[in-house]
Design a protein around this ligand. Sequence first.
Ligand SMILES: [Zn+2]
Length: 235
Amino acid sequence: MTGIEILDPGLEGLLSRVELPRRVIRIRRRGKYIIFELDRGFLVMHLRITGRLILGELRGPETRAILRFRGASLSFLDRRRMATAEFVEDISWLEAKLGPEPLGDLSWLPGALKRSRRPIKVWLLDQKNIAGIGNIYASEVLFVAGIDPRRPANSLSEEEAVRLSRAIREVLSEAIAHRGTTFSDYRDSSGDPGGYQEFLRVYCRAGKPCKRCGTPIERIELGGRGTFFCPRCQR
Ligand SMILES: [Zn+2]
């Protein structure tokens, strides 16, 4: 990383306090965080609702910063300015607040569900339980698993918990293969919208017929978040 041009003064304190250049060892994801591992320290980003990282230099009202590397640039765009970007010395604080990855081994899941009475949809969104499932995919996963989002986590049988594990893997893998879901702002690093919105089974389909049984999809609020489900397919 050879330089950062900061266009949003709100990022000044977080991004201007390191000396560059620093070598990028690798870039990885943990939960919903993007981590640039540098030869000293880390750049940690969370794109939240409208953040984007696009290859090349894009200057516009949404551009908050431009990260420069030898031979390449990444533009950090964010319409609602809720995304975060920060240089930190270590990332143990991040590990401390994140549960296991949803695409890793999930054999621990049935046991963990037994320890919570919260609605299963709310449980799935809590990044301390499992890190990386957002509001769209929580609704989709529960439809695929055939589980009512209001059910207390500890009411799921062993068999339902295993079905849930499979549904998590299936939905997230499909969404990744389609490069994500775009309703408004999300773009991949080439600037292209994702394609998974065409395949959503319940999310944002309130009143439309269930793709499996034809019953109208219902929308409720759970933990303050819009939640979509089929009252017939999900028990
Ligand atoms: Zn249905």
